[in-house]
Design a protein around this ligand. Structure first.
Ligand SMILES: NC(=O)c1ccc[n+]([C@@H]2O[C@H](COP(=O)([O-])OP(=O)(O)OC[C@H]3O[C@@H](n4cnc5c(N)ncnc54)[C@H](O)[C@@H]3O)[C@@H](O)[C@H]2O)c1
Length: 395
């Protein structure tokens, strides 16, 4: 098999997980070029799998990489505010692209991306693992088979129990991520729309900041804080209650616990929000996201109701439950897996690998990414303006 030359823009935590799947699925793929101002994660990941980082050419500039590296495909997994500018460059070269979400963080970028991607939508895989997890696929299939009749109502929820990430590391900078509709709901709006197979036509949303706010100083690190031993978000409390006392860092050791205050004046992002979406058939979907549930309270899933039945799932237990409205039948389909994102990442990587080899189809194309960001931006507008927003997305 002819070997494939892969370039990567932004190789951090997410890309490490994705590349570990590429190594397993595509031994013909060589990681040959990188743009990342801090390439330590890339080096660590390659060395972990027994590869030599010296074989990767590090470029300081994306244009230079695209001109010189003779690539067959590109991953973009840098910070959110850089996705569009890099994606446009890759699309202009006509290369297969794996693009992290959100595909844009403002309307200008979104329209630029749409323009650059015209006719190339299917050469892009958007990093939406949820839509291709077994639970979401089973639900879509059951609905398409008519198990509940026409889908007429949908309720979805997202209570990530790892929500601290959005208030203590770079994600807390709202200038970069532009809030949690774009960061989180982009996944959920995508899988909901995909399950229903309808276009969204109207949306209203509200959000709140009730928990992760406060008067602590800007730029404060937990290890430098006077409340080191008492704050429930700090390392002392966290490791004590996880019974991992040996992990409690020394005061001032930012390397051991590199996180910033979640109750500071500069802690960005709302901490919960709700959206109501009207779809083209007239049905309504509601979606709630809340970022301060923890431990076993974490959950994410949805329920769809028709005249003939109800079907629901939660990624917490990866089971789909079908309830007939015509008989006492309750059917449970267990899809439990140990794979990352419930197996969704494997399917995304498989899709990209086959696109690069020239014999594949995108399971989440550029149009899906753009539609979802458009919904998120409208949700932000609705929160700000206290108005219902018409959705005029033309795929
Ligand atoms: N699809 C998913 O399920 C999923 C899950 C987690 C993260 N993500 C997305 O992945 C992206 C990366 O998140 P992460 O958690 O890996 O963050 P990270 O900080 O671990 O990695 C980001 C990497 O990008 C590099 N980088 C920063 N600025 C850059 C620039 N201008 N050009 C090139 N590289 C640059 C950083 O040095 C770092 O190595 C984010 O956009 C996030 O939304 C997606």
């Amino acid at each position: 098999m002819e070997r494939k030359r892969i370039g990567i823009i932004g190789f951090g935590a997410r890309m490490s997980g994705l590349w570990s799947l590429v190594i397993k699925q595509a031994p013909d793929f060589d990681f040959v070029a990188l743009v990342d101002p801090y390439p330590e994660s890339a080096k660590g990941c390659l060395e972990h799998f027994g590869y030599n980082f010296d074989d990767v050419v590090l470029y300081s500039d994306v244009d230079e990489m695209l001109d010189k590296a003779d690539l067959d495909g590109v991953f973009i997994a840098s910070n959110c505010d850089t996705h569009t500018q890099y994606a446009v460059k890759v699309l202009n070269k006509g290369l297969p692209l794996y693009l992290e979400k959100p595909v844009a963080t403002n309307y200008d970028d979104l329209y630029k991306l749409q323009e650059a991607g015209k006719g190339k939508e299917d050469k892009v895989v958007i990093s939406f693992p949820l839509r291709v997890t077994p639970v979401a696929r089973v639900m879509k299939e059951k609905i398409a088979q008519g198990a509940i009749g026409e889908p007429n109502f949908l309720e979805a929820w997202c209570y990530p129990n790892y929500g601290d990430v959005y208030y203590r590391q770079w994600y807390r900078n709202e200038n970069i991520i532009q809030g949690l509709w774009l960061q989180k709901a982009t996944h959920d709006f995508d899988y909901i729309t995909n399950i229903l197979g309808q276009e969204p036509v109207m949306l209203a949303a509200m959000n709140q900041k009730q928990v992760f706010k406060g008067d602590m100083p800007e730029g404060l690190y937990c290890v430098d804080c006077d409340k080191f031993e008492t704050c429930p978000q700090g390392p002392y409390h966290m490791y004590l209650y996880r019974h991992e006392i040996d992990k409690i860092p020394a005061r001032g050791d930012r390397k051991a616990f590199p996180y910033q205050c979640q109750f500071a004046k500069d802690t960005g992002n709302e901490d919960a929000g709700s959206a109501i979406i009207r779809y083209s058939s007239g049905m309504i979907a509601s979606y709630d996201q809340c970022f301060f549930a923890r431990n076993a309270a974490g959950c994410r899933g949805c329920k769809v109701v028709g005249y003939d039945g109800t079907i629901e799932f939660d990624w917490r237990d990866e089971k789909v439950k079908y309830y007939s409205h015509r008989s006492p039948l309750v059917e449970t389909i267990d899809t439990t897996s140990t794979a990352s994102h419930g197996g969704g990442d494997d399917i995304l990587i498989d899709s990209f690998v086959h696109l690069v080899r020239g014999n594949g189809k995108s399971v989440a194309n550029l149009t899906d990414g753009i539609r979802s960001v458009y919904m998120c931006l409208k949700a932000k507008d609705s929160c700000r303006e206290n108005k219902f927003m018409e959705l005029n997305f033309i795929p």
